[in-house]
Design a protein around this ligand. Structure first.
Ligand code: AG3
Length: 284
């Protein structure tokens, strides 16, 4: 008999998300976390960190397109991008599509994630072979300290706000991100979800607000394999509201052939259901 192997990511003590695993391709403990690469029936290859889904081959495009193209097309003329985290390479893959960029720096804390993504999930990991990407293995929190006016867009592609990523949701960190951004700069951070983790979502929004003032909101995307399927990104800006500043001309010229993001989604992502608006209002 060939016993079945199933994986469950627990969302609360009482519910979770379960799928059948074809094969565990690799398990490794880095200094910071446990990494698993799974082959599955319904989602293709899946990367877990400490048992939590980082991405699946089936729907990673939603997260990676939405955390990159939205801020890049909201900025009037971005030249420099900083990615913090994102060790699988998915965000870098999308940023690299913007061939006019002059500087792309990524700071990832865990080399083991990069190494395994290159080997097992090249659909995201092969972006590390691109010489235009300057990958630094180090702590993003340290990297942004004592620097000013260096980037147009900062993308924070982190794990959940405990363990290695805890500091990436703090006000001190966002204050340094504010300083490292140029005039008109935009920061985007993955910010969990309004159903199960409204406190985590609001921790990102409120701590960003301590530096960006009123120029902070969230936008959402439908990501079936993340908790609740409705994912939030916090966004802070120095110039125009990113919902209104979509660069249609640049978008049309680039002919990107994306699977989720488009000009209508750019605007619609900022339209929040009433209960999410309530959370934003009540907790600020
Ligand atoms: N960053 C992880 C998002 C958090 C997912 N949380 C969870 N499954 N509990 C995405 C990594 C992809 N670049």
């Amino acid at each position: 008999m060939n016993p079945e192997l199933w994986h469950t990511e627990k969302y609360t003590q009482n519910c979770g998300f379960t799928f059948k695993v074809k094969e565990v391709l690799h398990t490794e403990y880095s200094k910071l976390q446990r990494l698993d690469i799974l082959e599955t029936y319904d989602f293709g290859r899946v990367m877990l960190l400490d048992g939590l889904i980082m991405f699946t081959e089936r729907d990673e495009f939603v997260y990676h397109e939405m955390i990159t193209h939205l801020p890049l097309f909201a900025h009037s003329s971005p030249k420099s991008v900083l990615i913090i985290g994102g060790g699988d390479g998915g965000s870098a893959r999308e940023v690299l599509k913007h061939s006019y960029l002059e500087k792309i720096v990524q700071v990832e804390i865990d080399e083991v994630v990069v190494k395994n993504s290159k080997k097992y999930t090249p659909f995201v990991g092969s972006s590390f072979d691109d010489p235009r990407l300057n990958l630094i293995i180090g702590d993003g929190i340290e990297f942004v300290k004592n620097k000013e006016n260096e980037f147009d867009v900062v993308i924070i592609d982190s794990t959940d706000p405990f363990g290695p990523a805890e500091g990436l949701f703090n006000k001190e960190f966002y204050a340094n991100v504010y300083k490292i951004l140029k005039d008109d700069g935009i920061v985007v951070a993955q910010a969990e979800n309004a159903y199960y983790d409204p406190k985590w979502m609001m921790r990102s929004v409120n701590n960003m607000r301590k530096s960006f003032g009123k120029n902070v909101t969230i936008y959402q995307a439908a990501i079936p394999t993340y908790p609740s399927g409705m994912w939030a990104f916090s966004i802070g800006w120095k110039g125009k509201h990113p919902k209104e500043s979509f660069d249609q001309k640049r978008f049309e010229k680039m002919d990107l052939n994306l699977k989720y993001y488009n000009p209508e989604i750019h605007k619609a992502a900022f339209v929040l259901p009433n209960f999410v608006e309530e959370i934003l209002k009540q907790n600020s």
